[in-house]
Every structure is written in C-alpha cells, then in structure tokens.
Design a protein around this ligand. Structure first.
Ligand code: SAH
Length: 400
C-alpha cells in the first residue's frame, strides 16, 4: 500500500491477535469477530487501528454493520485532514495504472476497490461514460463521493458519470436505498458503443440490466479467439462477449443464455459488427445435456457460468455444477477441439477447477492438453496478499 504519514487523533479500534496477524500478513480486512473494542464508533468513520497491545497498525475505514468491520487505507497513522488528498492521489494512481494495462479498449475497470487501495469503490469506463459504485459506509459519505467524482472528472473528463446501485450491498451496509442514475454530465453520453479488441459493443448505463460488459474477460476473449475454429458454442454468453470474438475465427457460432434481455443486446451487438450468430434462450444445463446425448459436435466451446460458489459452503454443489458442464462440453468436442472453461467463484481455486476438468475428461474418456491458465484482465488488478482480489480463472484446453 502506498505510504502516507500523519498523526491527528482518530477514534481507535483494537483488533485481536488473529486480526493483527492477518494485517501483518498484508491483508486489509478485519472481521467484526476480531475486534476487541470499537462498537461505539460512527458508521463509516476513519479509525486508527491498533493490535491487542496498543501498537498502531494503521488507518482504516470502519463499517458499523458489515462483517468486514475494518478496511485498511494505510499501514501508517494518517489524520482526517490528509484523507482528501490521499483519496485524490489514489484515484489518480489508479487512472495512471490503466494507461499501462488497459490498451486496445475503450471499456475497462478504472478503479477496483481494495486492488487500487480504495476499498469500497468501483469505477468502470465505457467510452465517454463512467459508471461508479460506492459500496461501503465510508465511501458513500457525501464528502468522499464528492472528492472521488471531482478527481475522476479532472483525470478523465467523462461526458457523463452514472451511479450504479446494488440494493443488496446497501442493505448489508445499512445505507439508505438510492436510485441509480446520472450524477454529472449529459444523459445522451450514457448510451453508446465501445470497442474492445476491435469488437464493438453497445452499452447503456441507465437502462441496461447491468451497466455493460463483463470487462474482466477482455483478455480472455482474445486468448480464446486465438485458438478458436470451426463450429463454436458460447455457453452463458450474456451479451455475446466471447461469441462476438469467436465469430472472427469460426465458421458458425451459437450463443446460449437464460436471459432474453441479454440475448437481445447480443443480437444488436452482432448486427453492429456485421456478423451472424445464432442466439438461444435456454438453461445451459438442460441444453448441454440434450445436445450431448443427441450427439451434437463442436470444435470450440466456451463455458463462462455465473459464480456457483458464493460462499465456501456452496463448494460441493458448485463443483458438481462445474463438472457436469465440463463433462458435457468435452463429450461434444471433436478431436483438436478447444475448450475455454471459466470460474468466477473466488472460493474455487485454479487447482480445483483444473481437477474438476480432469475428472470430467476421465468420465468423458477424452484427453486434454492445457494451452493456457488465465486470470481476470489486468485492469482488475490482483494484490496477492489480499487473495479475494483474485477471483476469475480461465483454462484454455485442447481435446486430443
Ligand atoms: N460470458 C459472458 C458473461 C457470462 S455471465 C461475457 O463474457 O459477457 C453469466 C451469464 O449466465 C449471465 O448472462 C446469466 O444470464 C447466465 N445464466 C445464469 N444461469 C444460467 C443458466 N442456468 N443457463 C443459461 N444461462 C445462465
């Protein structure tokens, strides 16, 4: 975490030896069960964090309701007066970092919360529009929102900034409900087209079911397209992220998703790129089962399901889900065929995903060769000391 200094008085929070150990290992969260004092602290306050012996460990944002009670901002003691400049600097640093890691795209994640040392803040860019989420009590405070928005405006000069709201997150943080909407700029800039890897996509910051794309797959789209050939099936295709990339290499592409609104945008995206893709509204599990037993064959299959394991407890069921999908896909691939299989569940490790694919390949009586092990795109940085920042895994395999 970038260094800062200061020594004004802030409310103090003492954490248990276990909580302190976690912070000393480089993590930035302390769970409520690891707090020894601090229950009377105001929601969203900036606090001084100390270990069980009183040694200062740094400065953090406090949440009065989340299980994650402490999100560290700095490993030093900083004062309230220094907070605005610290936040401005971090926003600028995040923007500067993207100049290095997010090329060939007009859409990318500008700020990724803890991975940019701005816990509780997510900012995505789609062309001239920014989409912002304030996810914690501290980040949602009026003063902090204003500081963040001002610096984003200075750095990127967006034509519009919209706020995206996750009702469930606001409930967990006991924040008042808020309507998503335009925060600055003109409404017309909230809708448009962006280009990524040379492929065009529509976005609609105010009316879409989400603000736009799964930006974290940007580099994986290009990687999958590199090996893709023949007849392709994009399972869990959403608005066509993989399918549109595959269409540049494949003779025929079919995209499958259970969401009709997503498929409608996918079709608009296909038209925008002058390409023909077959879209199917279906439950992926049912469709793969039917197609595999009917003997359908493909040369390229992408599996990009939603996170099956939202918590550790979901792991066994999630593993069964991933295995079933991979088994059916492997059965349908022709020799030399390509499988790009993803998991965005933080709780499923890369090794676990690989083990699931191996088990599926044994059941399918197919041998696979690993072409690439991949992670989320670099504009979603990974801080290894904070394992939760690494969540997306993608394996690209070839069936021998
Ligand atoms: N591959 C996409 C992102 C996929 S997100 C991209 O790169 O843009 C997961 C998608 O799975 C969502 O679009 C959701 O509508 C869809 N989905 C969830 N459950 C499903 C199911 N059982 N069958 C088919 N689609 C499903």
């Amino acid at each position: 975490m970038p260094k800062v200094s200061g020594d004004q008085e802030l409310p103090g929070v003492r954490v248990s030896a276990r909580g302190a150990g976690r912070l000393r290992d480089g993590h930035v969260w302390v769970y409520r069960s690891d707090l020894e004092t601090g229950s009377d602290i105001a929601a969203g306050a900036l606090v001084r964090v100390a270990d069980d012996r009183g040694k200062v460990l740094g400065t953090a944002f406090y949440s009065s309701s989340s299980q994650i009670a402490i999100r560290m901002l700095a490993h030093e003691a900083i004062g309230l007066g220094e907070l605005p400049e610290l936040l401005r600097q971090r926003v600028s640093a995040a923007v500067a970092h993207r100049k290095m890691v997010a090329r060939d795209t007009e859409a990318y994640r500008v700020i990724f919360s803890e991975a940019d040392f701005l816990p509780g803040l997510i900012v995505d860019r789609y062309g001239q529009m920014l989409s912002v989420q304030f996810l914690t009590q501290a980040m949602d405070a009026a003063g902090i929102r204003a500081i963040v928005l001002d610096r984003l405006q200075e750095e990127l000069q967006p034509a519009a900034i919209v706020e995206r709201v996750e009702a469930r997150v606001r409930e967990l943080e006991q924040l008042p409900a808020r309507e998503p909407g335009l925060m600055t700029g003109t409404g017309s800039a909230t809708k448009g087209v962006f280009t990524m890897n040379g492929v065009k996509f529509h976005f609609d910051g105010l009316h879409g079911q989400k603000t736009g794309a799964f930006l974290d797959q940007r580099e994986n789209y290009a990687a999958a397209a590199q090996y893709a050939h023949g007849e392709a099936l994009d399972v869990f295709c959403y608005q066509g992220g993989f399918a549109l990339h595959l269409a540049r290499k494949c003779s025929k592409v079919t995209g499958v998703d259970s969401s009709l609104p997503a498929l409608e945008v996918a079709e608009e995206n296909a038209k925008l790129n002058g390409t023909e893709i077959e879209w199917m509204e279906a439950n992926a599990f049912d469709l793969l089962k039917d197609y595999a037993s009917a003997g359908h064959e493909y040369d390229t299959i992408v599996l990009d399901p939603p996170a099956f394991a939202k918590t550790k407890r979901d792991l066994p069921a999630a593993a069964r889900g991933y295995k079933e999908l991979n088994l059916r896909a492997l059965k349908m691939l022709r020799p030399g065929g390509i499988l790009a299989t993803c998991s965005c569940s933080y709780h499923v490790s890369e090794q676990e995903l690989q083990d699931i694919v191996v088990a599926a390949s044994l059941d399918a009586k197919r041998t696979v060769r690993l072409l690439e092990k991949r992670v989320q795109a670099k504009d979603h940085p990974i801080v290894p000391a904070v394992p939760e920042t690494a969540y997306l895994k993608a394996l690209v395999l070839q069936v021998v």
